[in-house]
Design a protein around this ligand. Structure first.
Ligand code: MN
Length: 511
């Protein structure tokens, strides 16, 4: 993706377009310091160095980042690569911006050095993130621009950077609900990590879109006409093309069979309100025949990662199919920017989204529950070895694919793939886990050691007289949470037993 050369004016006009009340003075001061500090330095591509922080800042502005974050992005490589120190940045820009800049240089030192250092890298990343989520988001922008300029870097190093992006950065962006950034990071890295597969996917995607483009455009036009005729307002209707790497993953899942991919291209309808989304769905279904079983209402039942949209797939033009995705602008922004979509709301009240605020948000928003698990992991586990072991389990929780199952009341529970009713039970409540005696899945008795599937409705049957978990559950429990609760009970049980037995023995001796 060539983005060319940017100037300070480009950045400022972009900021003004997004946020008219922005503190332009602050941006100008940050730019001036960075520009002077990097004077004479060039990137490997030969461009003046300032282009890099400028591009990173631009990516953040597109994500509606607050001024302090944009300023920190402009300054992010200054202490590391120039004679200007962090102290000077703090003097001129205050503690908040300086601490972000410091955080970015720390995360920047984390390098992917193969599987053996992977956990250690993740740990550092998570520590930085738990301290200040904004640092991680600036890091994504920094990384994205680096990936876009990999061509001018020696092949071996380019491969390392791309692999690290694919294995560490993109999954984290995904778990933060930042779908757009995740897709862009993956696509930029894909080309360098798996060049042949990239070419193959690109070729397929190009052919498919070239063939379908005119027809899709026609469907878009017809949709607009139908909506207007029925007095249903819309904000924007456009085609969206699947990110290449995610298309590739899907193709692998379906044995490289292109005909199984229904959402190659989709038509995205941005509607003023959820009610307009449902109304438009009715219009679309009366014009084109929907494909059975492909209507998905993530507006009334959001995915646990927060994704919301109304989906349907319809037939058009004798057997061709296309997916419609209907959503409001708020939902659209949340789906593209994830956690970053929240920052626009608090900007006036608070300059930063510090750890405390963030933790509070985590309590209320289940989809990012795992970060609070991380934070608590930091507090509870002291030993390094123990920490790494727990992190290994947590890593599996975070990065393996998730399944989404329901309680009988319809609450969605987000679990790692292969989770069992035991994991589900402990996710609901420790007591439910400890007293679990059987499980019903979709109304039928289901063995406790057998994996659940997405969409299952799970009911735990408890035995009130039950003393505690069966240690054998450790053999098939998948989540760190369930395992640690089972172990904890075993340890506590032993302690109670010792307490009970010893005084007794002593009493007997005395007697
Ligand atoms: Mn950088």
């Amino acid at each position: 993706m060539e983005r060319g050369i940017f100037t300070l004016n480009d950045l400022i006009s972009q900021i003004r377009a997004v946020r008219p009340q922005a503190d332009i003075k602050l941006i100008e001061r940050a730019f001036a310091l960075a520009d002077t500090a990097h004077k004479g330095q060039t990137r490997m591509s030969g461009e003046p160095y300032i282009q890099h922080p400028l591009h990173a800042a631009m990516i953040l502005v597109e994500m509606h980042a607050p001024d302090a974050v944009v300023a920190a992005a402009l300054l992010h490589d200054v202490p590391e690569d120039t004679s200007v120190t962090l102290e000077e940045i703090e003097e001129q820009f205050g503690k908040d911006i300086a601490s972000m800049v410091n955080g970015i240089s720390k995360v920047g030192k984390i390098k992917y050095r193969g599987v053996e250092r992977y956990i250690e890298n993740l740990r550092k990343m998570f520590v930085a993130m738990a301290n200040d989520i904004r640092v991680m988001i600036i890091k994504f922008a920094d990384r994205l621009h680096n990936l876009q300029t990999l061509d001018s870097i020696p092949q071996k190093k380019a491969y390392r950077i791309a692999l690290e992006s694919l294995e560490i950065y993109a999954p984290i962006a995904g778990r933060l609900g930042m779908g757009e950034i995740k897709g862009r990071l993956e696509d930029a890295a894909f080309k360098y990590v798996l060049p042949k597969e990239y070419e193959w996917t690109l070729d397929l995607a190009t052919k498919a879109t070239q063939n379908k483009q005119p027809q899709i455009q026609k469907v878009i036009e017809q949709t607009k006409v139908e909506l207007a005729n029925n007095h249903i307002p819309y904000i924007d209707i456009h085609g969206r093309y699947k990110h290449l790497y995610s298309l590739y993953r899907k193709l692998l899942k379906y044995g490289r069979d292109v005909t199984k991919i229904y959402d190659f291209t989709a038509i995205r309808c941005i509607m003023p309100t959820p009610a307009d989304c449902y109304a438009a769905l009715g219009i679309i279904h009366s014009r084109w025949t929907p494909l059975k079983g492909r209507i998905k209402d993530y507006i009334s039942q959001p995915k646990p990662n927060g994704y919301q949209s109304l989906h349907t797939t319809v037939f058009y033009d004798r057997g061709s199919i296309v997916e419609f995705q209907l959503r409001t602008p708020e939902i659209h922004e949340a789906a593209e920017f994830g956690i970053a979509a929240h920052w626009s709301y608090d900007e006036t009240k608070t300059q930063h989204m510090a750890a405390e605020r963030f933790k509070h948000m985590l309590d209320t928003e289940k989809e990012i529950e795992w970060i609070s698990q991380l934070a608590s992991l930091q507090d509870t586990v002291k030993g390094k070895k123990e920490f790494l072991e727990s992190l290994e389990e947590l890593k599996l929780d975070v990065f393996r694919d998730r399944i989404f199952v329901y309680t009988p009341k319809g609450d969605v529970i987000d679990l790692p793939e292969e989770s069992t009713p035991i994991d589900f039970a402990y996710n609901i409540h420790t007591d439910i886990g400890n007293r679990c005696s059987a499980a019903k899945v979709n109304g039928m008795i289901h063995p406790l050691d057998q994996a659940l599937k997405s969409g299952d409705i799970v009911e735990i049957i408890i035995d009130k007289s039950r003393k505690g978990p069966n240690p054998d559950w450790l053999k098939f429990a998948k989540t760190r949470h369930a395992k640690s609760k089972i172990r904890q009970y075993a340890r506590a049980g032993l302690a109670t037993w010792i307490k009970g037995v010893i005084p007794d023995a002593i009493r007997k001796r005395k007697g």
